[in-house]
Each structure stands twice: as structure tokens, then as C-alpha cells.
Design a protein around this ligand. Sequence first.
Ligand code: NAD
Ligand code: UDP
Length: 312
Amino acid sequence: MKKRILITGGAGFLGSHLCERLLKEGNEVICVDNLLTGSKENIRYLLENRDFKFIEHDIIAPLDIEVHEIYNLACPASPVHYQRDPIHTIKTNIIGSMNMLEIAKKYKAKILQASTSEIYGDPHMHPQSEEYRGNVNSIGPRACYDEGKRCSETLFFDYHRKYDLNIKVVRIFNTYGPRMSPRDGRVVSNFIIQALRNKDITVYGDGRQTRSFCYVKDLISGLIKMMESKNDILGPMNLGNPEEYSVLQLANKIICLTKSNSKIVYKPLPQDDPVRRKPDIKKAKDKLNWTPETKLDDGLKNTIEYFKKIIL
Ligand code: NAD
Ligand code: UDP
């Protein structure tokens, strides 16, 4: 069946890949985005598609569109961007999520929330499974995002309990790939751009903090599998690649893959920067039969080619 699907944040990094994939599968896609961190460039080639519609809109304001499914991805994901206007970030996660839940309620649509590994904060449990309740500093600079996302999870489950809404909540771990914004300040994009320009690679702190990096194609498959899962699978569901690397290992890998002359320099570690992060994805393997397939080297090579095209 051809579905009518609303994707908020559809002009962003993950959203644009999701729009592309769902259109390829024969659906009608409505992309709603305020272009805060996303860009029309990411979706330009989709605008000619008759099944694609772009609406410039901030989800903090109510919206009324009849759809079968909603993927709620609207929210800046990079610390640099979500901290620029923290109150807007909180509003996006709370008021924006409620507006999307109201659409789902009115039209009995299935709705998926893009939550985040950040809800685990600086975790005391390693790797992080969905049962872990997290260690978030509620008054720190990352809280607008972490607590905003935690509250949106609460809203999703309350709408489910109160109105029997068909909800899906995924917790996305660090994801990278083509169409990451070069101005995002994220570790993968920063290091690749610095390496390609033979500029210093900026490692924050001593570089021993870890992250697990999932390639965008794998993540998008996980989102769709979750949306298509049985009604009793609500989540939360971790989606990420469990291969863990220190930031320093990542820097050396990127220097090597780009054959760069860059040197590593050390900069202060941002406040509340989590020390370790690695998803436990047993639940996604069991319930969705999902597992990431792309090796870090292969994903990085594709991402390097993308950045070569846009910055060199
Ligand atoms: P992104 O910044 O590239 O995309 C977010 C999109 O949402 C942008 O196009 C932006 O313009 C739009 N947006 C922001 N606020 C909005 C608002 N109020 N109304 C309408 N549109 C708005 O980020 P991304 O990496 O594509 O992340 C997408 C989603 O996935 C986010 O919700 C993010 O929290 C979540 N996530 C991403 C990662 C990751 O590693 N990329 C990790 C965890 C969670
Ligand atoms: N980081 C870094 N240099 C950079 C950008 C980020 O060392 O130029 C570090 C950052 O401090 C964090 C890790 O890389 O420990 C991942 O940062 P990112 O902003 O990509 O994601 P998040 O902190 O949200 O996981």
C-alpha cells in the first residue's frame, strides 16, 4: 500500500536520507522543516518528485495534515546547534512533539520519535541497555537536549497509555555519513574537514572518551524496521553500532584514510561531555532482526568522498 508519510526534520542529515528511502519504496512523503540546521540542498533533487512535498514550518506551531505515519526527527542534533537557542530546543522537543502526537491522535497515524543515546547522559552502565535510566545533569548546557528528549519520550508513552496511540520510540546513537552538515561541529565532520584541509585535528580533552559510530544507511534501515514492527513493540529501542572507538583512535583513522599531514592538537573538553558511549543492541537484534552492517572504514571512506565534493 502506498502510504502518506510525514517526516519532520526531513531536510536535515538523517531526515533527507529517510525521505529518499521512503520515496524509493513507493510512498508519498511530506517533509516538514524550519531549515534551522537542515537545508534545501539536502532535498533539492527530491523536489521534482511528484510524491514529495516540502513544507517550511516550525513544529512548535500546530499543523494539520492527514497521514498514515509520522517520523518525528525535527530537532538540532549537534551540541553546537542545540545549545545556541536552548529554549527553542526544549520547545521543539516538548511542544513540537505534542503537536505531532495530536496529528497522530486525530488521524490514527503511527508515530515514531527519534530519541537519543543522550538520554543516558554520562552513563554509569556500560554498554547502555534500554533498561538503564541514565545519568543526566538536568541543569547543565546539554540538558535542553537531553531533558527535552527525555520529556518527549514521556509524552509518547503518556499518549499511548491515554489515547492508545500506536507509538515507536528509538534511541539513536552517534550516526555519520554523507550530508552531515560541515558546520555541525561534530567529531566525524570536524575531523574529516580538518584532515582534508591539512589543518590541525582538534581533539577535545585527552581523546580517551569513546563513542560508537553508526553509518547512516544502517540507521535508516533500523528506523523503518521499527516503524514496521508489530504494534506491541513500542520501544524504547537502541539503534547504533556497538563498535566502540576512542576519539583519538577516530582521529588517527581519519588521518590515515585521507593521507593527511594534519597534526593532532588538544583542546578543552566541553562541560558534561560523556566519557563512554556504546549501545547494547540485543533488543533491536531480537525484536527487529536489525544489525548494522557497514564497517567504520567503509562508511568513513564514503563520507570523506562526500566532503571532498562539497569543501574542496
Ligand atoms: P539535523 O540537525 O541534521 O536535522 C534536524 C532537522 O530538524 C533539521 O533539518 C532542522 O532544520 C530541523 N528542525 C529543527 N528544529 C525544528 C523545528 N522546531 N521545526 C521544524 N524543523 C526543525 O540532525 P540529524 O542528525 O539529522 O538528527 C535528526 C534527529 O535524530 C534529531 O531529532 C536528533 O535528535 C536525532 N538524533 C540524531 C543523532 C545523530 O547522530 N545524527 C543521534 C541521536 C539522535
Ligand atoms: N570532539 C572532539 N573534537 C571535535 C568535535 C568533537 O574531540 O572537533 C569530541 C567531543 O568532545 C565528544 C566526541 O568527540 O567527546 C563526540 O562529539 P560529537 O559532538 O560528535 O557528539 P556527542 O558529544 O553528542 O556524542
